[in-house]
Design a protein around this ligand. Structure first.
Ligand SMILES: *Cc1c(COP(=O)(O)O)cnc(C)c1O
Length: 352
């Protein structure tokens, strides 16, 4: 079965094998070495010289950490909505008693920075942006959004859980304040770890934020990170896996991995369009390079099943489009031949 999943994705054998080794303590040089190496590799992927916080949680944990450490009760924040994951970000901000103003975009559209800018108030403390909306298959130009926050006391907080590793990011050069990702998407590893980096402006906020936190206290985490450790026991085996995956990506070239995702997404989209399939991302949207959502009104479950019978596992649609969309991942361990074979299978099914 060839998998075109959108998280958790397929895990290469080498990555699985890397976990088969004796247990080590997280207070030893052997651990610190892996921690430090992974941090350096993620700095390259994020385009930052800032420290990387390694959290033992899925990506949502780091999203929560960003809110709990850098905001205060009642802060006005903007959350552009364009799908399920951005919606969840808004719900989390509300759970932490932020004053959340959502800006609705149609499913299939990317959020427009010019429209978001119109909602900025002098007291706005943050914009929460989903880099790559994994439900609808659209992505965003982080540099354009960072321009909105760069010169004010407002943080650009980016959920790049299905982006980082697959999409280019220049956190420092663009002025992004917080980048978050997790292990089970473009990093082609088991779920269980998430990673985040904070700008100086975001670190400064951790000194004044009044929200409760303990497990995800980033200042405490930072103290331990100086020694290449974590405050509490990390998912050590997960880190072995991520370390191996990053080595594989670095051997191919981080830029080359991203170029491959883009090339495969282009090939997939043009192949699908040529056969008459409709893409869910609207023509004016920035279609995602790590996952493509195909619009199959009323027939998504049938296509999902038929593809499975042919040996291809794709991602199902998300509410409310679970009957109308399938999602095909071009993140992680997917190559040209896989996309060619998938397109061929879809053509055969169409002919039947
Ligand atoms: C998968 C995903 C999440 C959820 O991440 P978890 O690691 O499951 O917590 C959030 N946002 C986006 C864009 C995602 O793709």
């Amino acid at each position: 079965m060839k998998k075109f999943l959108v998280g958790p994705v397929e895990i290469p054998e080498e990555v699985l094998d890397s976990m088969h080794q004796p247990s080590i303590s997280h207070r030893t040089p052997a651990y610190e070495k892996v921690h430090q190496k992974v941090e350096a590799q993620l700095q390259k992927l994020f385009g930052t010289e800032q420290e990387i916080m390694i959290n033992t949680s899925s990506g949502t944990g780091s999203m929560e950490a960003a809110i709990a450490n850098c905001f205060s009760r009642g802060d006005h924040v903007l959350v552009p909505l364009m799908g399920n994951f951005s919606r969840q970000f808004a719900t989390m901000c509300r759970a932490y008693h932020l004053d959340v103003e959502t800006i609705e975009f149609e499913y299939g559209e990317s959020a427009d920075p010019a429209v978001v800018e119109e909602h900025l108030k002098p007291e706005t403390k943050g914009i929460f942006l989903t880099h790559n909306e994994s439900s609808s298959g659209v992505m965003h130009d982080l540099e354009a959004f960072a321009k909105l926050t760069r010169d004010r006391d407002c943080l650009l907080v980016v959920d790049s859980i299905s982006g980082a590793g697959g999409l280019p990011i220049q956190m420092d050069a663009w002025g992004v304040d917080i980048i978050i990702t997790s292990s089970q998407k473009c990093l082609m590893s088991p779920a269980g770890l998430s990673f985040m980096a904070l700008s100086d402006k975001a670190w400064k906020r951790t000194e004044t934020s009044d929200l409760p936190r303990f497990y995800f206290d980033l200042q405490r985490q930072r103290e331990f990170n100086k020694k290449h450790q974590t405050a509490t026991t990390p998912g050590i085996y997960n880190l072995f896996a991520v370390s191996k995956a990053l080595d594989m990506m670095e051997a191919e070239g981080f830029d080359a991995v991203q170029a491959r995702s883009k090339r495969l997404a282009d090939k997939l989209r043009s192949g699908l369009k040529a056969m008459g399939f409709k893409l869910f991302a609207k023509p004016q949207a920035l279609a995602s390079d790590t996952l493509t959502t195909v619009y199959l009104p009323g027939e998504a479950k049938i296509w999902h099943e038929k593809l499975k019978q042919k040996g291809f596992l794709v991602g199902g649609g998300l509410v409310p489009y679970q009957e109308d969309t399938i999602r095909i991942g071009t993140m992680g361990y997917v190559f040209d031949q896989d996309i060619d074979e998938l397109l061929e299978a879809m053509k055969e099914l169409l002919d039947e």
